[in-house]
Design a protein around this ligand. Structure first.
Ligand code: FAD
Length: 314
């Protein structure tokens, strides 16, 4: 039976949700071990050992692993790959930072952003900005795979009885150092795990109008806020709000697109959402081709009215 090693994304305190989707994919390949690399993260390894279906959790606890620097973490993973056939990481910013380095060190081809596991070496993945789905088969001795977390259910975080084994690793490779992180703090849910997203486009005019129009609707629904690239490029919101081919991939239960035309690069990031609601004044806008519910209206009338109705209904 194949053995897979999954990199656990965490903040040295809690496991990030996307890891659970990567583990679901790994369980379809074979037996699953996890690698928890961090600093002061023994509790994370304990929690990881309770994830359903997990065999061994390798714990590398060292200051050099505190911030998931790929230069330090990748060699540690490569050392563990002697006993594994596949390495998987969630296709998050950090996962996409680490996996290619692992692939390069192993001298194998990475299989990126898989959507399904069709066999122990066969996967589907999007290509041409999600307009085509390729079925790919790896013939490499070791497979390195990133997993699109919206395409897999999350494995149960409790119910497993894995063991924890400490590993040393090489520590600081001396190639990079962590300077600092500027983390946007928000009361709203995180974009990639939100059940409801309200996203605004170029039509929102400027930062102040975006905030005055989109934020109240999002807050009434307890939703995360997203944006098209045009809205980000114009400075309405920071670029971690961007949804699409070069932004975040999301699949909430409800996606409300406001003044977003529906360019293919935007659709690539949200078209797998459960129910898509679009508000746009142009009835020919391509967003209506993927929308379940479409409202042809001026957003500056429709959105405040909708927000008011929802507030009154609460
Ligand atoms: P527009 O296309 O200008 O659409 C604005 C919409 O608002 C129109 O449909 C208009 O009818 C409507 N509107 C205007 N006023 C009102 C009003 N008062 N009431 C109601 N509706 C109104 N884009 C992304 O979003 N994400 C990506 O990740 C991304 N990656 C890209 C990567 C590449 C390589 C390239 C080339 C492009 C990428 N783009 C991406 C850009 C993409 O092609 C579009 O330019 C962008 O999505 C358009 O944003 P928009 O829909 O907000 O603006």
């Amino acid at each position: 039976m194949s053995k897979a090693l999954v990199w656990v994304e965490h903040d040295n305190a809690a496991i990030k949700d996307a890891t659970l989707a990567a583990i679901t994919a790994a369980l379809q390949i074979g037996e699953v071990d996890l690698i928890v690399a961090g600093s002061g993260c023994a509790a994370v390894a304990e929690a990881a050992s309770r994830i359903a279906g997990v065999a061994t959790v390798y714990l590398a606890d060292h200051a050099a692993y505190a911030h998931a620097l790929p230069e330090n973490v990748a060699p540690l993973i490569v050392d563990l790959m002697g006993g594994h056939d596949a390495f998987l990481a969630p296709a998050t910013s950090n996962g996409k930072n680490i996996a290619p380095r692992v692939a390069a060190l192993l001298d194998v081809m990475q299989v990126s952003d898989i959507l399904s596991v069709e066999g122990p070496r066969t996967f589907t993945r999007p290509t041409y900005a999600g307009n085509a789905i390729a079925t790919v088969q790896s013939s490499d001795a070791k497979m390195v795979i990133t997993v699109r977390s919206t395409a897999f259910a999350r494995v149960a975080s409790e119910g497993g009885s894995g063991s924890v084994a400490a590993v040393a690793g090489g520590g600081d490779a001396g190639l990079s150092s962590f300077i600092g992180a500027e983390i946007a703090l928000s009361e709203r849910p995180e974009l990639t795990s939100a059940k409801v997203i309200v996203a605004g486009g170029r039509a929102l005019k400027d930062a102040r109008t975006f905030e005055a129009t989109i934020f109240p609707l999002a807050d009434t629904l307890g939703a995360a806020v997203g944006a098209s690239r045009a809205a980000v490029d114009a400075g309405y919101v920071p670029n971690d709000y961007q949804i699409g081919q070069t932004g975040k991939i999301v699949a909430p239960e409800v996606y409300i697109a406001v003044g977003i035309s529906g360019a293919i690069q935007h659709l690539a990031g949200m078209k797998d959402s459960g129910t898509i609601i679009a508000i746009d004044k142009d009835e020919e806008a391509p967003i209506f081709q993927v929308a379940d519910i479409g409202l042809v209206a001026d957003l500056f009338d429709a959105v405040p009215s909708l927000t008011q109705i929802l507030r009154e209904a609460k």
